[in-house]
Design a protein around this ligand. Structure first.
Ligand SMILES: [Mg+2]
Length: 322
């Protein structure tokens, strides 16, 4: 299974594209998080370059909690050679204790506090409507990569991983949807024309699936991105964000820059919509499809690409799907 020294062939480049794509989307959206789409359009037009955000003490190319938490997953997977619930929770607590939160969400803050007090990661997640946020789906790409050859394993690992913070059926379904798309792209058999049908079938009936199907109708009707995102939503609600991110990817499946820039333009939870769209588009198009100015300018790009390569070596060549 394990093939070290594969080089930087297309499969490894897709793994790296996914994690780097997530970080790039997060960093591009960072300075406009919370702004409405109309305000972004008026003040800066299309967002195509990293920008400083002195009010949050972050510089151009720096990312937020989405990438912080993605890195927790990636480091734990690399250290353990697979998904380990307890080790993942320890990574989360180490990040929480660092206080370098960069926009931590409410459900994540509450569950991290519980974990830090010694509550089990099986019990730490927030329940109820307030736990239907983006905080699990935004960080889940490394688990999608890890389990790209074993979709039942993916379903199980993603559920456990998401529930550490978001013990909510829609948050879990949204995370499974994102991980599924990342997995199909990373192993090289994602079909843009059937992605939404396939994803909805994989996660089963739920609000995330319904909103994804709405996105499919908008795509079939040729709706412009701006209108589609206004209708699908770009709030912190996972049902909205996952559908908007899929729409941005599927509107321009071969164009990473356009996908991520458009996702940022949707505003509100702009960093997360772009992080999710970037993770999927990066996995589909590979590292080289990410513009060099973003690859070179994103915070900790070298470490992120290295972790992705290490996950690739754990998985082995993913073209051979069972
Ligand atoms: Mg964020």
């Amino acid at each position: 299974m394990r093939k070290i020294g594969e080089g930087t062939g297309p499969a490894q480049a897709r793994f790296q594209g996914s994690l780097l794509g997530l970080a790039v989307g997060d960093a591009l959206g960072m300075p406009v998080e919370g702004m409405r789409a109309s305000e972004i359009r008026k003040r800066m037009g299309a967002v195509r370059d990293f920008m400083d955000a002195p009010w949050r003490m972050l510089k151009a190319g720096q990312w937020t909690d989405d990438t912080k938490m993605m890195l927790c997953h990636a480091r734990s997977i690399v250290r353990c050679g697979g998904f380990d619930l307890e080790d993942t929770a320890r990574e989360f607590v180490a990040w929480f204790d660092s206080r370098d939160w960069r926009g931590i969400g409410g459900a994540t803050y509450e569950s991290m506090s519980r974990l830090a007090e010694g509550v089990s990661p099986r019990e730490s997640g927030m329940k109820g409507e307030m736990a239907a946020g983006n905080g699990a789906a935004m960080r889940i790409a490394p688990v999608g990569l890890l389990d790209c050859r074993d979709l039942e394993g993916l379903r199980r690992d993603v559920r456990a991983a998401a529930a550490i913070t978001h013990d909510n059926a829609e948050a879990v379904a949204g995370s499974q949807a994102v991980a599924y798309a990342v997995a199909r792209a990373a192993r090289g058999d994602l079909e843009p024309g059937s992605l939404i049908t396939d994803t909805a079938g994989f996660i089963g009936p739920c609000a995330v699936a319904e909103r994804l199907e709405m996105a499919a109708r908008f795509l079939a009707g040729g709706m412009e991105v701006e209108e589609a995102l206004a209708r699908l939503g770009t709030s912190g609600y996972v049902v909205e964000t996952v559908a908007s991110a899929f729409f941005c990817f599927l509107r321009t499946p071969g164009d990473f820059e356009e996908t991520v820039s458009r996702a940022v333009g949707g505003g509100i939870d702009a960093d997360t919509t772009a992080a999710v769209a970037g993770a999927i588009s990066g996995a589909y198009n590979g590292l080289e499809a990410i513009p060099a100015r973003w690859r070179d300018g994103v915070e900790a790009g070298g470490e992120i690409a290295d972790l992705a390569a290490r996950i690739f070596h754990i998985v082995g060549e993913p073209g051979a799907v069972e």
